[in-house]
Design a binder for this molecule. Sequence first.
Ligand code: CTP
Ligand code: CA
Length: 231
Amino acid sequence: MLRPPHTGPLAGKKILITAGPTHEPIDPVRYIANRSSGKQGYAIAASAAEAGADVTLISGPVDLDDPVGVRVIRVESARDMLAQVDAALPVDIAIFAAAVADWRVANAGEQKIKKTASGMPPLQLVENPDILATISKHQQNRPQLVIGFAAETQNLIENATSKLKRKGCDWIVANDVSPASGVMGGDRNTVHILTRDKADIAVDSWPVMTKEEVADALVAKIASTIGQQNS
Ligand code: CTP
Ligand code: CA
């Protein structure tokens, strides 16, 4: 059942969420992509709206309907995503669920690259901006709560802990995306929530759940934390 607008545990809170993959052009007809479906980020947006928040979802290319009651801004590349995230500030809470491409093609062709006798074209890659780290370290407009994801195929907690410290965010939602886990593109997720209080890091490991259940549990945890911080 839908709540009337502006009621619920996150009423009055502005939330920004990124979701899905990014597409990085090689030429006008080709791009680099990844296997992110966007389902987890979309589910979080839906849960947050249901909890009464004012939600902006900045989404890479996905095959999903807009969640009810959510402002959706569609982008293609990592640089477009950063520009839209920046434009959406200030917000109270930011959740970075997108699988942002780490690299883009520096020498992307303005025309379709053709096969030639001289062999395959070399693609030069350059690193994309890190959106989560940029917003976590924002001088004027850092959200009160910044949450990142850590998609790992090995050494999950160790890698997620170093990501939490390196990026300067408050929480990391760590998940195992090894092919055996079936997470990428699937409907279920097993996550571990790492929270940071100054130098102390706590790990809360949740059982396997649907992506909607993970979203509801994450939104409930956010609501109780924000409620405590504001009381
Ligand atoms: N992220 C981002 N911008 C990037 C890369 C990552 O905002 N250019 C965010 C993701 O949305 C996620 C978190 O950073 O919330 C971690 O992403 P991940 O790919 O796991 O981390 P990386 O720092 O890119 O490290 P690696 O891919 O090497 O594990
Ligand atoms: Ca990455």
